[in-house]
Design a protein around this ligand. Structure first.
Ligand SMILES: [Zn+2]
Ligand SMILES: [Zn+2]
Ligand SMILES: [Zn+2]
Length: 178
């Protein structure tokens, strides 16, 4: 056991109160400039990639990094409160996105003569448009099913079967085209 900050052998950087009191940038710079292994913090003879110690568990947030390298910006000890907002989460995506529900005209290039007026959920973070199955029946096209989770004021995390389709032409009555 060795603390590079105090130059003492009775504790490590991970439980050095003086060192942990520095902000994250300072601690990281210190380790980098002294070429200390980011993984075990015990040596300057190797880098973290070559370290044969298993990954440390942070005493502050329990994630896989050294306590001395805990970044409160990236790993707050207390989870942030959920934003109260309509939230749509596709089954294949892990990021949260916020849905806009709009009234749109839908048309598919395969059946250009058929148009359907419907409510659609527009996903901000992708180009996907999620609409109900009945719409595709009315349009006479096929789409792949996907489950979306919707939280509204009335119900939390309700699962709604939706369908994802490509090449759908959407023209909004709000002057919006995509
Ligand atoms: Zn120390
Ligand atoms: Zn190491
Ligand atoms: Zn941490």
């Amino acid at each position: 056991m060795f603390c590079f900050h105090c130059q003492k052998e009775d504790h490590s950087l991970n439980d050095c109160k003086d060192f942990l009191a520095f902000d994250f940038d300072h601690r990281k710079t210190f380790l980098r400039e002294n070429r200390i292994c980011f993984n075990c913090l015990e040596t300057t003879n190797h880098i973290a990639k070559k370290c044969d110690q298993k990954k440390p568990e942070c005493a502050t947030c329990a994630q896989r990094h050294a306590t001395a390298l805990h970044d409160p910006q990236r790993h707050p000890s207390e989870p942030k409160a959920d934003t109260k907002c309509t939230r749509v989460r596709g089954s294949h995506q892990t990021t949260k996105s916020y849905a806009k529900i709009v009234l749109v005209w839908l048309r598919h290039p395969f059946v250009p003569d058929r148009e359907v007026l419907t409510y659609a959920q527009l996903d901000d973070q992708s180009t996907a448009v999620l609409v109900k199955e009945s719409v595709f029946e009315r349009l006479g096209i096929e789409a792949s099913p996907t489950n979306i989770k919707v939280s509204t004021v009335l119900s939390k995390d309700q699962l709604i079967a939706s369908y994802r389709v490509r090449d759908l032409e959407v023209s909004g009555s709000l002057g919006m085209t995509s």
